[in-house]
Design a protein around this ligand. Structure first.
Ligand code: KIV
Length: 283
């Protein structure tokens, strides 16, 4: 049993210039693989709606779904820093709802922190959750829960004026008490400015290399999610192909009665029992 990674460890890594590796995970086996692979952080993202449940967006995802998946991830990765993602509707309504739902992640799912989307407009919620003693991870730039208002899943901060707004969000998130910041789909020039300006660790998903670490969606990284692949994703393997080929081989074996091989994959009767059984069946 290794040592559990804490927020202090993440801050020490930042201080010593070590990059933080972060992936999403939605289930127990993936969490086990991630911990064995040496990831410091796991996000039980509301992307589970698209990657696991097959919804066309993250909008239908509920708190209960996030809690169930976060619990499973916690069991699979007991020593990794696990972050629960607050789904749409779990924090927008009031400070009270936000604090209540954030605490659910800690009490019911064993999360180490929560993440919520938004900058200036959500600063009060971050402050309320932080004051309740919960570690908050901010998320700015492309925020999928409000992609309707952003005109779709589009990169943010690409003009000087838009970049100024992203920086204002970053400053508001840090001032409100967030302990880590995720920047999504923002030009590397803007991320670098934020990284050099903020004190808290800044991480990127599709926001370039100039920061303290990287996040990717595990289903993209392993080639499992089929609907689309964002420009910033590097696919490290293609499990969709591996799994489909294995299933095709199984189908072919079953059709050809080549599986199961009776000597290899069956539990035979104990010596002498078959004759006894057939005798019994005659009566
Ligand atoms: O839900 C999620 O996985 C996320 C990422 C897109 C950052 O919030």
């Amino acid at each position: 049993m290794g040592k559990k990674i804490s927020l202090i460890d993440l801050y020490e890594m930042k201080k010593s210039g070590q990059k933080l590796s972060w992936l999403t995970a939605y289930d127990y086996p993936t969490a086990q693989f991630a911990e064995a692979a040496g990831l410091e952080m796991l996000l039980v993202g509301d992307s589970l709606g698209m990657c696991v449940y097959g919804y066309s967006s993250t909008i239908p995802v509920t708190m209960d779904q996030c809690i169930w998946h976060c619990e499973a991830v916690r069991r699979g990765a007991p020593n990794t820093f696990v972050i629960g993602d607050m789904p749409l509707g779990s924090y927008q309504t009031s400070d009270q709802d936000a604090v209540f739902n954030a605490i659910r992640f800690l009490k019911e799912a064993g999360a180490d922190a929560i993440k919520l989307e938004g900058g200036v407009r959500i600063a009060d919620r971050i402050k309320a959750i932080d004051e309740a003693g919960v570690v908050v991870v901010g998320h700015i730039g492309l925020t999928p829960q409000s992609s309707g208002q952003l005109g779709g899943h589009k990169a943010q901060g690409r003009t000087a004026e838009a970049a100024e707004l992203v920086v204002a969000d970053a400053l508001a998130v840090q001032a409100a008490g967030a302990k880590l910041l995720l920047v999504e789909a923002v030009p590397p020039e803007v991320t670098r400015y934020i990284w050099e300006t903020l004190d808290i660790p800044v991480l990127s998903i599709g926001a370039g290399p100039h920061c303290d670490g990287q996040l990717l969606i595990v289903s993209d990284l392993i080639g499992q999610f089929q609907a689309f692949t964002p420009k910033f994703v590097k696919k490290y393997c293609n499990v969709a192909e591996v799994i489909t080929e294995a299933m095709k081989a199984y189908v072919a074996d079953v059709k050809a009665a080549a599986f199961p091989d009776e000597d290899k994959y069956c539990y035979h009767m104990i010596e002498g029992e078959e004759a006894k059984f057939l005798e019994m069946m005659k009566k």
